[in-house]
Design a protein around this ligand. Sequence first.
Ligand code: ZN
Length: 216
Amino acid sequence: MAEQHEHTHDHDHDHDHEAESAEQAPVKVIGEEPDLSKGTARPITVVGNPVLHRECKIVTAFDEELSALIDDMFVSMYAAAGVGLAANQIGVDAKVFVYDCPDDNNVRHIGHIINPVLEDLPVDRRTLDDGNEGCLSVPTAYAELPRPDFAAVTGQDKDGNPIRVEGTGFFARCLQHETDHLNGYLYIDRLSKRDRKDALRQMAEGTASYATVPND
Ligand SMILES: [Zn+2]
């Protein structure tokens, strides 16, 4: 997922409060910063690339190759200034995502999850948050997309141990966005026809600030 976007051009929504909170220093970190010396940045796949539009394969081998993939994913995510990245965004057909994402309480969440499954929300947590969303695979586009402000995913860590990750606010949005990726969906697939078209127009008019994989 792309960083929160400060609206400097004419998309008529007011997100100034979000931009301000994102600029405050994080007060707490949950997770460990990755060792970036181990990975290599890879170019990002964009909307239209088939790997983004089908469900990724379940990971069954918790080996060196998986560790190396996670290293590359962190480096690729940071190179593109993202806050979350799914494996198919670097062209790998495997259910893995990484994140380094703030929530709305200035807690910074860092980690990875394999084979994530989004939990059904308890009735008392089904509050929708009207946030702004962007995606490294839809470069330079942003759109308003309501999502539940709480999310929990269960899956495994790189060693195969069961884990559960939960979050609120912008991090909850990230967990949903990245799980969607691994199921073959982009956030623009959840927009109205009109908003989707507008996002694709923004992408066509913009230039990504990072390396992308050209579509045929
Ligand atoms: Zn994305």
